[in-house]
Ligand binder design. Structure first.
Ligand code: BEZ
Length: 265
């Protein structure tokens, strides 16, 4: 689930990911039903993280390859599932020896900065008529958290919070238009709210920021970072904290696109 920009330092903590962020791949399980992998099909799982969904796809009988930009994630995936092929690869700059029947991706594409490059890679990697089934953060995903981060950073003397935001959260129309430019036709798409329980009780928001908020906090001293998190918690508590737990205001974009057979690509 790591991609190029985020992972140039390979900051991904595969242990913490598996331990406290299992919801990421657990939520992805029913995306596999939408993929509906068939025995004998070839499937590419982009941003496979520690490999749990890749394994679930393999269990349906498909020949699956898992890729992730993070060597730490791939190392853990190989240790978890030695019989499955896992490779380090960049979602926006990869080629396959042979095109595949389907590409699957859960909770990854919001990290990809070069979306045009990624769409070109997807189109090239799919057989004509092949399908791309993905879910990632959609328009206004974690909108309240981002707004609180920007305000808290300004209050702490860092007015550039908006520029530090690393995520791509498109509308259905924006993303379908992008895919179409590359010969991928979106055949279904849905954007929906999915308030998401963060593990860790009262520490849930700060753990989430520790795992995913590096871009916001780069170069900020630890004491100031803690102050920013405290300001965020105070502001977000009425909306996102209940019964002892934090709920992130996730909004998911889930879509199926097909490589247009007539595009001649
Ligand atoms: C998401 O899955 O929507 C997400 C995960 C980490 C950071 C931001 C968004």
């Amino acid at each position: 689930m790591a991609t190029s920009e985020e992972s140039t330092r390979d900051s991904w903590n595969a242990g913490l990911y598996d331990n406290k962020f299992a919801f990421i791949w657990e939520y992805g399980s029913n995306l596999i039903d939408l993929l509906d992998p068939q025995p004998g099909e070839t499937v590419l799982d982009i941003g496979c993280g520690t490999g749990h969904l890749t394994r679930a796809i393999a269990e349906r009988g498909a020949n699956v390859i898992g890729t992730d930009f993070s060597p730490a994630m791939i190392e853990q995936a190989r240790a978890n599932y030695p019989d499955i092929r896992f490779e380090v690869a960049d979602a926006s700059n990869f080629t396959l020896a042979e095109p595949v029947d389907a590409i699957f991706s859960n909770a990854v594409f919001h990290w990809v900065h070069d979306q045009e490059g990624a769409a070109a890679c997807l189109a090239r990697a799919l057989k004509p008529g092949g399908r791309f089934v993905a879910e990632f953060g959609g328009k206004r995903n974690v909108g309240q958290i981002i707004a609180a981060a920007i305000d808290a950073m300004r209050e702490a003397g860092y007015p550039d919070g908006a520029e530090r935001n690393p995520w791509y959260y498109p509308s259905i129309a924006e993303h379908a238009t992008l895919l179409e430019r590359h010969g991928l036709e979106t055949t279904s798409a849905v954007l929906f709210d999915r308030p998401t329980l963060l593990d860790g009780g009262a520490a849930g928001l700060s753990l989430w920021l520790e795992m995913f908020g590096d871009s916001f906090f780069a170069g900020i001293p630890e004491a100031t970072r803690q102050r920013i998190v405290a300001i965020m918690e105070a502001r977000l508590r009425p909306a996102l904290f209940r019964d002892g737990s934090w709920y992130a205001d996730y909004r998911r974009l889930r879509l199926v696109a097909r490589r247009d057979v007539s595009s001649g690509r």
